[in-house]
Unconditional design. Structure first.
Length: 87
Protein backbone atom coordinates (compact mmCIF):
# COMPACT_ATOMS: atom_id res chain seq x y z
CA UNK A 1 0.00 0.00 0.00
CA UNK A 2 0.89 3.63 0.38
CA UNK A 3 2.86 3.10 3.59
CA UNK A 4 5.06 0.51 1.91
CA UNK A 5 5.67 2.79 -1.07
CA UNK A 6 6.51 5.71 1.22
CA UNK A 7 8.90 3.54 3.21
CA UNK A 8 10.64 2.37 0.04
CA UNK A 9 11.05 5.96 -1.17
CA UNK A 10 12.47 7.04 2.20
CA UNK A 11 14.94 4.16 2.22
CA UNK A 12 15.94 5.05 -1.34
CA UNK A 13 16.50 8.68 -0.31
CA UNK A 14 18.60 7.49 2.62
CA UNK A 15 20.68 5.29 0.30
CA UNK A 16 21.26 8.18 -2.12
CA UNK A 17 22.33 10.48 0.72
CA UNK A 18 24.59 7.80 2.19
CA UNK A 19 26.22 7.11 -1.17
CA UNK A 20 26.73 10.84 -1.83
CA UNK A 21 28.41 12.18 1.28
CA UNK A 22 29.11 15.54 -0.36
CA UNK A 23 25.44 16.03 -1.19
CA UNK A 24 24.42 14.99 2.32
CA UNK A 25 26.93 17.41 3.84
CA UNK A 26 25.68 20.21 1.62
CA UNK A 27 22.04 19.63 2.58
CA UNK A 28 21.93 18.42 6.16
CA UNK A 29 18.30 19.50 6.33
CA UNK A 30 17.40 16.81 3.82
CA UNK A 31 19.23 14.22 5.92
CA UNK A 32 17.38 15.41 9.03
CA UNK A 33 14.02 15.30 7.29
CA UNK A 34 14.61 11.85 5.80
CA UNK A 35 15.77 10.39 9.12
CA UNK A 36 12.93 12.04 11.00
CA UNK A 37 10.38 10.58 8.60
CA UNK A 38 11.96 7.13 8.87
CA UNK A 39 11.86 7.47 12.66
CA UNK A 40 8.16 8.27 12.51
CA UNK A 41 7.56 5.32 10.20
CA UNK A 42 9.33 2.89 12.54
CA UNK A 43 7.49 4.35 15.54
CA UNK A 44 4.13 3.71 13.89
CA UNK A 45 5.31 0.25 12.88
CA UNK A 46 5.94 -0.58 16.54
CA UNK A 47 9.73 -0.65 16.27
CA UNK A 48 10.84 1.84 18.94
CA UNK A 49 14.56 1.03 18.80
CA UNK A 50 14.75 1.62 15.07
CA UNK A 51 12.64 4.76 15.51
CA UNK A 52 14.95 6.08 18.18
CA UNK A 53 18.03 5.38 16.06
CA UNK A 54 16.63 7.40 13.16
CA UNK A 55 15.35 10.21 15.37
CA UNK A 56 18.79 10.53 16.95
CA UNK A 57 20.34 10.75 13.49
CA UNK A 58 17.78 13.39 12.56
CA UNK A 59 18.60 15.43 15.66
CA UNK A 60 22.33 15.19 14.99
CA UNK A 61 21.86 16.33 11.38
CA UNK A 62 19.53 19.14 12.41
CA UNK A 63 21.95 20.34 15.08
CA UNK A 64 24.75 20.39 12.49
CA UNK A 65 22.57 22.48 10.17
CA UNK A 66 21.73 24.90 12.97
CA UNK A 67 25.35 25.20 14.01
CA UNK A 68 26.40 26.13 10.48
CA UNK A 69 23.46 28.38 9.66
CA UNK A 70 22.42 31.79 10.93
CA UNK A 71 18.80 30.73 10.47
CA UNK A 72 17.22 29.46 13.65
CA UNK A 73 15.41 26.15 13.42
CA UNK A 74 13.07 24.30 15.70
CA UNK A 75 14.48 20.98 16.87
CA UNK A 76 12.02 20.70 19.75
CA UNK A 77 9.76 18.57 17.54
CA UNK A 78 12.52 16.01 17.07
CA UNK A 79 13.33 16.05 20.77
CA UNK A 80 9.64 15.51 21.54
CA UNK A 81 9.42 12.57 19.15
CA UNK A 82 12.52 11.02 20.69
CA UNK A 83 11.02 11.41 24.17
CA UNK A 84 7.78 9.77 23.01
CA UNK A 85 9.68 6.78 21.67
CA UNK A 86 11.78 6.38 24.80
CA UNK A 87 9.11 7.18 27.36
Amino acid sequence: GKATAAFEQLKFAEAVLTANAAMAAADGGLVALTCSNLGCYYRRAGLPRAALRYLRRAMKAEEAVLASSPISGDISLLHGLARDVVG
